[in-house]
Design a protein around this ligand. Structure first.
Ligand SMILES: Cc1cc2nc3c(=O)[nH]c(=O)nc-3n(C[C@H](O)[C@H](O)[C@H](O)COP(=O)(O)OP(=O)(O)OC[C@H]3O[C@@H](n4cnc5c(N)ncnc54)[C@H](O)[C@@H]3O)c2cc1C
Ligand code: FES
Length: 297
């Protein structure tokens, strides 16, 4: 780390310069769009240029800096899995300027992409373990990448998925959930904060589903992603259930500018979320307030 708090830490970014410039995005064409719910769309993107697309490599947990002309740039997790090459998926929730502009785009339009950036999930440590995924809302996007990667790689443990949404209409990734529910070694449990007529499933926050989990904390790993308060409560409950800090893994969101360790904007004490994260274990986060860390401007 330099005196100014900035750090060039992303080797992959150094090797991924567009015409020698780390900040120049690569154009990518929107091949398909699926509407997950009224606020979230999944964009299927392919880089312009067959070689770039063929050579493109990333891992679950990494993110891209996405840009639309005149609307700025934002970090978005890759929600597809590298085991299904040919395109990258970005699942985008409407939040402000850039994400609203993306929701106005159509198939055939182009966006700018830089990356992949960030430390991915430690997939190699998952071998032989059961996996528990706990997600809320758009938080299922980065976990979708790991879940589909695990299924494509014939993961040798069981997989339990807990997913919380505001209402039945807000449940995103329904097509994925239907596929997962039909997969023998996977179990999926859904809950909504507020039921609407016809909903016969669980009602309440996602932590309510944790007592139904049938996995041994000593032989499983928990991956958590969602709103900061949800992450905090889920992590606390997982600890009570006997998961060690090393076996509870989350992804952090911070305001980012460069995404590649150069500007210091995403710092978390002595660490930069864009290069040291966004994936962290609870062991690495202990003593830091996850909620306060995300919301600090
Ligand atoms: C590593 C990482 C991965 C992410 N993955 C996804 C994803 O897969 N899908 C998705 O929809 N969103 C994701 N986000 C959040 C996304 O980057 C923000 O919603 C986006 O920057 C908003 O940009 P905007 O121009 O649309 O909104 P702005 O007009 O810039 O902001 C709208 C509101 O969102 C807040 N905001 C902006 N950026 C962040 C941030 N990083 N953390 C918390 N609040 C923020 C602003 O303070 C403001 O209140 C991710 C963020 C990070 C850091
Ligand atoms: S150092 Fe620039 S966003 Fe992380």
């Amino acid at each position: 780390m330099s005196d100014c708090g900035c750090r060039k830490g992303n080797e992959q970014a150094e090797n991924d310069k567009n015409g020698g410039n780390s900040y120049l995005p690569w154009p990518a064409r929107i091949e398909a769009i699926s509407e997950e719910n009224s606020q979230i769309k999944t964009f299927v993107l392919a880089f312009s240029g067959d070689k770039r697309q063929q050579d493109y490599r990333y891992l679950p947990g990494q993110f891209l800096m996405v840009s639309v002309p005149h609307c700025g740039e934002a970090p978005i997790s890759i929600s597809s899995t590298p085991t299904r090459p040919g395109s990258v998926h970005l699942s985008v929730r409407r939040a402000g300027l850039l994400t609203n502009a993306m929701h106005g785009l159509a198939v055939g339009d182009t966006v700018g992409l830089r990356g992949p950036y960030g430390r991915p999930f430690p997939l190699e440590t998952f071998r032989g373990k059961d996996l528990l995924f706990v997600a809320g809302g758009i938080g299922l996007a980065p976990l979708r990448s790991v879940i589909n990667h695990a299924l494509d790689s014939e993961h040798d443990g069981r997989i339990e998925i807990l997913y919380g949404s505001r209402s039945p209409e807000d449940i995103a990734f329904k097509a994925d959930i239907a596929t997962w529910e039909a997969t023998p070694k996977v179990s999926c449990r859904l809950t909504v904060d507020v039921a609407s007529p016809g909903w016969e499933g669980e009602v309440g926050v996602v932590t309510r589903l944790l007592p139904q989990v049938d996995l041994d904390p000593k032989t499983s790993v928990a991956l958590v992603c969602g709103p900061p308060l949800m992450i905090r409560f889920v992590m606390a409950e997982l600890s009570r259930m006997g998961y060690s800090d090393e076996r509870i893994i989350t992804t952090m969101e911070r305001h980012m500018k460069c995404g590649l360790g150069a500007c210091g904007h995403c710092h978390m004490d002595d660490r930069l979320v864009c290069v040291d994260g966004p994936v962290f274990s609870l062991a690495e986060l202990r003593g830091r307030d996850v909620v306060e860390l995300r919301d600090k401007p």
